[in-house]
Ligand binder design. Structure first.
Ligand code: HEM
Length: 122
């Protein structure tokens, strides 16, 4: 059940990110809507809370077990890249660059999740 919520919020997180990236590139006024500012944060909080519960359930933790350290750090990098893609970067080419890098980072996290190893791509 917890894992299902974790995976669902991960899917919602990337879906909302793609949608917001699309709106930013279009210069859409959707980005100013209140729910667009709030819902992603609520969802990502649930994603993180379920991550902590899952870690406690399987008794493996970031900074103890390498794959969870990788996942945790990669999540922080994904959040920062996302912030630059959606808000901070001013030029459109930089927004696109950060957007693509955030997608690469998200794919890496999914790879870590499915393989339970940090170097799954090797
Ligand atoms: C964007 C961020 C994340 C995504 C996309 C994601 C994705 C997933 C997926 C797909 C699974 C199911 C894997 C499987 O059963 O084969 C999973 C499980 C899990 N995730 Fe995440 N996750 C994210 C963030 C995190 C973070 C930050 C942590 C903790 C540091 C974490 C801890 C766990 C744990 C402990 C499991 C359970 C593994 C098990 O049952 O053996 N996740 N995650």
């Amino acid at each position: 059940m917890i894992k299902m919520i974790h995976m669902s919020t991960a899917l919602i997180s990337i879906s909302l990110f793609l949608l917001r990236g699309f709106w930013v590139l279009q210069g859409s006024s959707m980005m100013k809507k209140k729910w667009v500012k709030i819902v992603p944060h609520v969802n990502d909080t649930i994603l993180l809370v379920t991550a902590i519960i899952l870690a406690m359930m399987i008794q493996q933790y970031p900074f103890v077990d390498a794959w969870l350290t990788a996942k945790f750090v990669a999540l922080l990098v994904y959040i920062v890249l996302g912030m630059f893609a959606l808000k901070r970067a001013k030029e459109i080419k930089n927004k696109i660059l950060f957007f693509v890098l955030a997608l690469v980072m998200f794919s890496y996290i999914v790879g870590v999740a499915l393989n339970r190893t940090a170097d799954w791509f090797l």
